[in-house]
Structure formats: structure tokens, C-alpha cells
Write a protein that binds this ligand. Structure first.
Ligand SMILES: *Cc1c(COP(=O)(O)O)cnc(C)c1O
Length: 398
């Protein structure tokens, strides 16, 4: 069904990045996961089941939409891949369905996951309800206070929400705790990671399940315009939505591809989460990547207005694509993202997630420098319902 443009090597490295840095007791289990995944990706009954759910449950294919008003104002043709229209409101349902089905096929009875803003927690809790799996969602206590609608959704869906008080009580700490719990439960549970990060095979698995986005988008933009885009743009937290759409276009060397990281309040450590831009080679959560870190190699504190982008590391495939110059990684500040949030809402009637607003903001910048007939395809990774209250309180605008 889907092609991945490049698989990692046997140890899970993309160039110098990735790998599988694990406690000994998990090594055999990770080999099982890898083997089962590689088997299932060529298994017709698995593909049929996944495709059925993607279509009839998640609502795929999501459309590609030509944003006429935005295009006219900024002077290029801007198109959106509408992942915001998926069930549960973002691209995360794509890999969550895949992980849930993988768990079932491995005979597991539980999904364990971390969540930051709660988006991945909601998607995994949804899939657990659908497939009759138990579900433990680990979330930092600071995030739990901030993300009330999503924590309520997780509870309504019947998952256990586990509050993490260690560290800063945010996403990195939730991953640490979820992983600790998983070490004791791996015989009956699957860790369902939330982005294209973590030890091999997770970056490969997540990329595979998200590559449907690029595959559809490529066909749809050709159908709509008769041609491929000149630019492809996506926001990058851990990098799952971005690697998904990039996959449809990496092979065409004249298509320029941009990943957009959060500059937050500025370039000082602690004020942003732009791992590719300001990070250095380091290790977090079992893999090597560009990491925002202190002198001791501990992950630095990170910040972004968009909680879903707030991670000190970044997926290994992105680090590789950056190292060979195939994809460029740029930054957008909080303020630019909020402006884009309002701009898309008021010009097109689409309220984007604050994460996705980073990609929209960069597309607007690009459009100002483009020829009017150049095409920019933006992955609109999610909808902004979850962000409305926050934006209205903090950045009201008449
Ligand atoms: C979680 C999330 C992101 C960031 O995650 P990636 O793995 O980098 O895609 C981006 N957009 C939305 C809407 C999200 O929910």
C-alpha cells in the first residue's frame, strides 16, 4: 500500500541518527516488535483491516484544499492537506490505529502511552476503546492542569489517566514514567509512542503509518492542479506529521521541503523547542538525535506556545534528512504562529491547531517571496478547537 523512501539499517540508524539504546530486559521484546511489524506491513489481512478503519472510522482520505483567499493575499498558490478533518482532530489517529492493530496482532491486551497536550492520549484512548484494549495514559501534572478538555476526553473514553509529578511534570517526564511502567508490563502491553521518535523500530513504524498522508497528498495535488507542488511545509515536534507528508515528495529533488520548528519566545535555551536549529548530537529516550541539552547531556527545558511541539529531541529520520541537506528546518515564533492562527481562521474559516499554525506562518513567509504561480503544500496537522480558550485569554483580537 505505502512505500517508505528509506528504511533504517539493521541497528535502526538513519545515517548517524536513531539506534536502539535499551535496557537489556527489553531487547528481545523490541526484536519481536520489529519482526511482527515487518511481517504485518506485507500482510494483506492486516492492510485490509487498517485501510478499512482509516476510511470508515478515521474519515480518510482527508482532502487537499486550495486556499484561495490566503493565496490571493500573499501571492502564491497555497494548498492544505486537511489532517484537521480526521476523527479526533489531527494526524495522530493514523499511527494510533496502526499501533493498536499491531498490539492486537501481537496478542497484547493493553496500550501504554505518554501524552503532552493530550492529543496523542486522546487518539490512543480512542483506538483502545475501539479495539477493546486496556489503556494507561501517562501525562505530566502540569500538562493535566493546562489541558482540561483532553484529559476529560481521555477519561470519558475509559482510559486510565496517570498523573506524573516527577521532573517538570511535562512531556519528557511522562515518557520516562510510561517507559518505566512498560518495562514491567511488556509481556501483556505495547508501548504506543506518540511521534516518529524513540528506539528502533518506533521511528520506522510511525513513519510507515503516517506515510499515507504524503501518498494521498501527492495524488490529490496532481489531480487538482495537474502538477506537483514546488514547496512542501510541515511543523515538526517529534516529526510524525512532517515525515508522513514528506514521504510523498522526497524522491523529487526539485521540490523544496521545509520542516518548521517552534522558536517560542526566542533563541535562548529554555525559550524554544527548536531541536534541529539549536540542538547538538545527543541521546534521549533510547535514540540519537539533535537534542537541546545542558553541558551534562541532560535534556534542556523546552518551551513552545504549542504543547505538541514541546519536545527537546527530534525524530532520527529528520536529523538524517537535515544532515544530507534534503530538508531544510526553519523556525517560527509564538507571535508569528498566533498571527497565522487568526489569519487562516479569518481568511479561510479554518481554525488551525497552534502546532499547525507554525507551518501556516512559514508558508505565508514563503509565499511573499514566491512567484504567484508557485505552489506551496502545507500539512494542516490538526484543528484548533483545543487552543481556542487559551488564545482568547492570552491573545484576544477583535
Ligand atoms: C502532536 C501534534 C503535532 C506534533 O507532533 P509531530 O509528531 O511532530 O507531528 C503537530 N500538530 C498537531 C495538531 C499535533 O497534535
Amino acid at each position: 500500500m505505502i512505500n517508505i523512501s528509506m528504511l533504517p539499517d539493521k541497528e535502526g540508524y538513519f545515517g548517524e541518527y536513531g539506534g536502539q539504546i535499551l535496557p537489556d530486559e527489553l531487547k528481545a521484546e523490541f526484536q519481536n516488535i520489529t519482526k511482527k511489524f515487518l511481517e504485518l506491513k506485507d500482510d494483506k489481512s492486516f492492510q485490509d483491516e487498517l485501510n478499512y478503519l482509516l476510511k470508515h472510522y478515521a474519515g480518510r482520505p482527508s482532502p487537499v484544499y486550495y486556499a484561495k483567499n490566503l493565496s490571493k493575499k500573499y501571492g502564491a498558490e497555497i494548498y492544505f492537506k486537511r489532517e484537521d478533518l480526521n476523527h479526533t482532530g489531527a494526524h495522530k489517529i493514523n499511527h494510533s490505529l496502526g499501533e493498536g492493530l499491531l498490539a492486537k496482532r501481537m496478542g497484547k491486551t493493553k496500550l501504554i502511552a505518554e501524552t503532552g497536550a493530550g492529543q496523542h492520549g486522546v487518539a490512543i484512548a480512542t483506538v483502545a476503546a475501539l479495539l477493546g484494549l486496556e489503556c494507561d495514559i501517562y501525562m505530566g501534572e502540569v500538562d493535566i492542569k493546562k489541558e482540561k478538555p483532553n484529559t476529560d476526553r481521555i477519561k470519558v473514553l475509559g482510559a486510565n489517566l496517570i498523573s506524573v509529578a516527577s521532573g517538570n511534570g511535562t512531556l519528557k517526564d511522562a515518557v520516562d514514567e510510561a517507559f518505566k511502567a512498560y518495562i514491567n508490563e511488556y509481556e501483556t502491553a505495547l508501548y504506543a509512542i506518540g511521534s516518529a521518535v524513540g528506539p528502533h523500530p518506533f521511528p520506522m513504524i510511525i513513519e510507515y503509518f503516517q506515510s499515507i498522508v504524503g501518498k494521498e497528498a501527492r495524488e490529490q495535488i496532481v489531480e487538482l492542479t495537474g502538477d506537483l507542488p514546488d514547496y512542501v511545509v510541515a511543523c515538526v515536534g517529534g516529526g510524525s506529521n512532517a515525515i508522513g507528508i514528506f514521504n510523498g515528495f522526497l524522491q523529487d529533488e526539485n521540490i523544496k521541503i521545509y520542516g518548521v520548528e517552534p522558536l517560542g519566545k526566542g533563541n535562548k535555551t529554555g525559550d524554544n523547542a527548536a531541536s534541529m536549529t539549536y540542538g547538538t548530537d545527543g541521546i534521549i529516550h533510547g535514540f540519537k538525535c539533535k537534542l537541546l541539552q545542558d553541558e551534562k547531556g541532560n535534556p534542556a527545558e523546552v518551551y513552545s506556545i504549542a504543547s505538541g511541539l514541546d519536545y527537546p529531541g527530534v525524530g532520527p529520520k529528520h536529523c538524517y534528512l537535515n544532515s544530507i541537506g534534503r530538508v531544510k528546518y526553519e523556525t517560527i515564533s509564538d507571535e508569528e504562529a498566533v498571527n497565522a492562527f487568526y489569519e487562516l481562521s479569518r481568511l479561510e474559516g479554518i481554525i488551525p491547531a497552534l502546532e499547525s499554525s507554525h507551518a501556516v506562518a512559514y508558508a505565508i513567509k514563503l509565499a511573499k517571496e514566491c512567484k504567484s504561480n508557485e505552489k506551496i503544500l502545507v500539512n494542516l496537522s490538526g484543528r484548533g478547537d483545543k487552543d481556542i480558550e487559551f488564545v482568547m485569554n492570552k491573545y484576544p483580537k477583535n
